[in-house]
Design a protein around this ligand. Sequence first.
Ligand SMILES: Cc1ncc(COP(=O)(O)O)c(C=O)c1O
Length: 340
Amino acid sequence: MPIDLRSDTVTRPTAPMRHAIAAADVGDDHLDGDPTTRRLEARVAELLGKDAALFFPTGTMANLAAIMTHAAPGTEILVDADAHVVNLTGAGIALAGVQPRFVVPTSRIISAVDVRRAIRPPSRYSPRLSLLSVENTHNGAGGAITSLDELRAIAAVAREVGVPMHLDGARLWNVTAATGVPMSEYAACADTVMVSFSKGLGAPVGAALAGTSRLMDAAWNGRKRLGGGLRQSGIIAAGALFGIENHRDRLSIDHVNAARFADAVAGTGGARVVPPDTNIVMIDLPASLPAAEAARRAAERGLLVSVWTASRVRVVTHLDASADAVDEASRIMREVLERG
Ligand SMILES: Cc1ncc(COP(=O)(O)O)c(C=O)c1O
């Protein structure tokens, strides 16, 4: 079996998680609420300090439903060009009828100053600004954390111009594991927050959107339009609940493994490693080694990594990658880089 560090989504449910899934109490969520899904939604709302939460099959769908909830067709949303919501969703925001206005980060991730710079005065020639969307951790920036202070400053800019803020917190669990600051503090900056269960928490599938009850009622309608009802969703919600209660505390292990991997690989063969804040390591390769070629050579040696751009590969640590496996992965990656 190769060491698979392409993503933290590759984990397989553990035996106790499978047991929890098999034993889940279920009902028709679309008619009168699936009991396990309701429990999951209540737990997520509690952790995020929001009135309500709504279960979604994927983070992609939850983010899109949030955009549809906040932003009318024909408006524009502020977002950075490397954000998952515009970069990796098959142009999904087109379904909401909105266009992106890109916030250009001066440094690794966007700041409040960058957001302010992207805002233009209202004009009859430009679409109305309807939403600001921020990603924390930021996947494309290598699992980068936006600090609570910076997020608050960004939220203040959104408030000043009168637009709501959505937080793509697919890996907000990792932010809290790394900083010790409760998720609810970050969530308080945003009107809606998406969290994902299928990444660091190791659940097979699922995400949730949280916000006020009024916004979640609207998002329920958005979810309906995007795919309908979820029926006995407790079968998958049970895996998410299990992940929340049992795998949150171990996320810092993934961060330690990622840091060790980054240290071991940094500088080898001219590669530049972005120092990881959390569980994602980006490796910028020398011009002599295209990313696809590096990934191919790593795969030949038993390590799977993602091709992120033509010159960048991504490595993600997770529940199914032990410290020993990550160390072996760094040995393989060094070999690939040294042989160029
Ligand atoms: C930052 C971010 N947001 C959203 C998503 C989408 O989640 P899903 O794969 O559940 O659709 C991902 C997936 O990798 C992500 O990294």
